[in-house]
Ligand binder design. Structure first.
Ligand code: MN
Length: 483
């Protein structure tokens, strides 16, 4: 358990996250307007999205299917009957004066996901619900000195609000939860998980309590944190702030706060409204959403393999450690890359190359695996060249660097650059003989100190440009030094 030290003792953070995940859909939740990111302001707005009088919403079946698929991916209960409600509030970027959301009867009920912690342990985090709702427009306050502009492109875009139970106890757990949730959404293809473009936004409910206490403290909600790194910073700052207030004799006011990424602080935005302030009521323009069991069963049967199942398969089929398997399945592109490399080859060696040399190279270049200059097919061929003795393990590192640089097939590079391993015993024997003859003092030292052996191996490898077969070098050295 990760506790925070205060002046009066240890404190525990209690947290739940509300994630707004934009549904991958070409059209909005209740209109046919487009949803592409980055379009010119107010070019993707239908009369429904602009709340023109008399316009009626029509539910987008594709968005409903994505919400149900996501619910299934979160091991959650699918509610065959759910209701769309109006959540009433006034803001200039909400032209209807209400948001269509789901309140008492969401489309998805309780579920759970498993998160992996740094020490290798796993923890189950409860999902409270997932409901469908529409996004609001966007107010632009920085375009004009005295006026605000409104862009309604986002108005009506389908969101899934995924609410966790207050099961999270540290910034590490919150980070692991968000990472896992994003991974599941991406495997399902229901949300692209792109926090920078705002297609996944996170509200964090934070409270603190004395270690060992089971009472819940008053919570503050930090709105719209848009990166996993900021979520961590916001939690750490907010927990510390609350502890200091309580230890100073004060009390926590329930409120909505904003995270300022520049300062790394949260600040008060408004006192927290309660649900009844929104005057929720069923939207009279929409019938209850009724799904059949067959419809849900069909979506369930068509789900892709999800991260947990893939991890288990990687452990069982490839003999990988749980840790390696989780690293490889976190992004589905990485998992696919690994499988291309591993198929029909030494899977453990494939995992080492992917998580070691390949990840190192991608990090250095600051690119994702889709932009890797070394393809999975080529990395597989490199492993074949090691396995059939064409190159030594040491030369493989140089070859990999050449592949990164040129993008060429490793077999071609081996010939072009003369990297083929020397397995011809005559040539290796000559190299060994030359090293022994040139270093009589070292040979004498070796007799007294057998650990000198490695020095001889190094010299022979050096004189052969690293291309001598290491096993042949070892065997011949042993024979000739002792003979
Ligand atoms: Mn919401």
């Amino acid at each position: 358990m990760s506790l925070i030290k205060g002046e009066t003792g240890d404190w525990e953070i209690v947290m739940g996250l509300e994630v707004h995940a934009q549904v991958v859909s070409n059209a909005k939740l209740f209109s046919g307007a487009a949803t592409a990111f980055g379009a010119d302001p107010n070019t993707q707005v239908s009369l429904v999205d602009a709340a023109m009088p008399g316009m009626l919403p029509v539910i987008n079946a594709h968005c409903v299917a994505q919400a149900v698929r996501t619910g299934l991916g979160l091991n959650a209960k699918i509610n065959l009957r759910s209701v769309f409600d109006r959540k009433n509030y006034f803001y200039a970027d909400l032209p209807a004066g209400y948001q269509i959301s789901q309140y008492k009867d969401p489309v998805v009920g309780e579920g759970a996901i498993e998160i992996e912690l740094k020490d290798g342990a796993t923890k189950t985090i409860g999902i409270e619900r997932l409901h469908l709702e529409q996004d609001a427009g966007k107010s632009l306050h920085d375009q004009h000195p005295t006026q605000s502009y409104i862009d309604l492109n986002r108005s009506g875009v389908a969101l899934m609000e995924i609410v966790s139970k207050p099961d999270l106890r540290s910034a590490d757990e919150a980070t692991a939860y968000l990472t896992k949730l994003r991974s599941i959404l991406r495997y399902l293809g229901t949300c692209d998980g792109n926090m920078e473009e705002g297609s996944m936004r996170c509200d964090v409910n934070v409270s603190v309590r004395k270690a060992g206490s089971s009472a819940l403290g008053t919570r503050c909600e930090i709105k719209n944190v848009n990166s996993i790194r900021f979520v961590r910073q916001a939690i750490e700052y907010e927990a510390r702030r609350q502890i200091e207030i309580i230890e100073g004799g004060g009390t926590i006011e329930q409120e909505t706060r904003l995270f300022d990424p520049g300062k790394g602080e949260t600040r008060s935005m408004r006192s927290k409204e309660d649900a009844h302030d929104y005057r929720y009521f069923p939207d009279p323009d929409l019938l209850p959403l009724v799904l059949s069991e067959e419809y849900v069963a069909k979506l369930k049967a068509d789900l892709p393999e999800l991260p947990d199942a893939r991890k288990a398969r990687f452990v069982n089929a490839y003999g990988l450690s749980g840790y390696d398997a989780s690293v490889l399945v976190a992004e589905k592109e990485t998992a696919a890359f690994f499988e291309t490399v591993a198929r029909g080859r030494d899977a453990k060696q494939a995992a080492n190359w992917v998580t070691g040399d390949l990840f190192g190279m991608l990090n250095r270049r600051g690119v994702g695996i889709e932009q890797s200059p070394v393809s999975a097919e080529h990395l597989g061929k490199l492993l074949d060249l090691i396995a059939d003795g064409t190159i030594s393990g040491r030369i493989a590192k140089d070859l990999f660097a050449a592949m990164e640089e040129t993008g060429k097939d490793p077999a071609v590079l081996v010939e072009e650059r003369g990297l083929r391993q020397v397995t011809d015993t005559g040539a290796i024997e000559a190299a060994v003989r030359a090293v022994i003859d040139a270093n009589p003092d070292k040979v004498a030292a070796y007799k007294a100190k057998p650990s000198m052996f490695g020095w001889f191996v190094g010299q022979v490898m050096k004189s052969t440009g690293g291309k001598a077969n290491p096993k042949a070098v070892n065997d011949l050295l042993k024979k000739m030094l002792e003979g």
